[in-house]
Design a protein around this ligand. Structure first.
Ligand SMILES: [Zn+2]
Length: 272
């Protein structure tokens, strides 16, 4: 399945799938199929339908340059564009919360991590030290084989401010609902942060361990849940459209297989 892997476009599929591009392509493939069929080119029409649908599925689009024309086409069409943006119809979590305080200042945390030998900063690149990296991965491997209930127990047992973590499946995705605030923690983030929290035990004070565990997520290269490679992405979809206008889209790291965010980089507001 090497060819399939090469054809895959995580940037335009999964969480990144762009609805305008998918819809426009499906219509164009449908028109081409019908045109060939009416000219008695039955086999060719079947081939176009099959290959076209397959490519849209694994690549996000089949017609070249779709991202440059699809949004304008959709904008001109007599249908509300809200259908294509923020189109989540089922109730449930949009993205994962963190075990730590999401309001933590990333820059200050990174300084603390460097001071505690959790990360090394060299030539403007930041890397985990080998000791932290290996103990983090050992902890994640151990957590990844636990059942959902056992993982929930581990969260309750380990994280001081979480008394209650309930596993909940929504749309085939496993989440942990934390406390009574209806905060949803994805399984991916749960394993990464819980493993990170444990690994940082001998490096950081309790007050910093959760913020540190959250930062470790940016260094994740392989998904602890499914084993896929973590890839860069952005909140802007492939057409450059972005639902939350006024707020710049963030750069992300995601697992394309789990369709989950691993890490969000802060929006670019401090370009020095
Ligand atoms: Zn995954």
């Amino acid at each position: 399945m090497d060819l399939l892997e090469r054809l895959r476009e995580p940037a335009y599929t999964g969480e990144n799938r762009c609805l305008p591009c998918t819809v426009v392509n499906a219509i164009l493939v449908g028109v081409a199929t019908a045109w060939l069929y009416r000219r008695d080119r039955t086999l060719a029409s079947l081939a176009v339908a099959t290959i076209g649908a397959g490519l849209i599925y694994i690549r996000g689009y089949v017609v070249p340059y779709t991202p440059t024309f699809a949004p304008r086409l959709i904008e001109a069409a007599p249908i509300p564009s809200s259908i294509f943006h923020d189109g989540r119809t089922t109730p449930g979590p949009a993205e994962s919360t963190s075990l730590g305080d999401v309001a933590d200042d990333g820059g200050a945390v990174l300084d603390e991590l460097a001071a505690a030998d959790v990360v090394m900063v060299e030539d403007e690149t930041v890397q985990l030290t080998d000791a932290v990296d290996s103990s983090w991965h050992e902890e994640m491997d151990r957590l990844a084989v636990l059942s959902d209930g056992e993982l929930a127990n581990e969260i309750e047992r380990t994280i001081p401010h979480v008394d209650d973590a309930e596993p909940l499946e929504v749309d085939d995705q496993l989440w942990f609902v934390l406390g009574t605030n209806d905060e949803y923690l994805s399984k991916l983030v749960a394993i990464s942060e819980l493993g990170g929290y444990r690994a940082l035990d001998s490096f950081l004070d309790d007050s910093l361990r959760l913020a540190g565990a959250r930062s470790l997520r940016m260094f994740l290269t392989v998904c602890p849940v499914c084993g896929s490679e973590i890839v860069p992405s952005t909140e802007a979809n492939c057409c450059g459209a972005y639902a939350d206008s006024g707020v710049p889209p963030k750069d992300l790291r995601i697992c394309p297989e789990c369709e989950q965010r691993v890490f969000e980089f802060p929006a670019e507001d401090s370009v020095a």
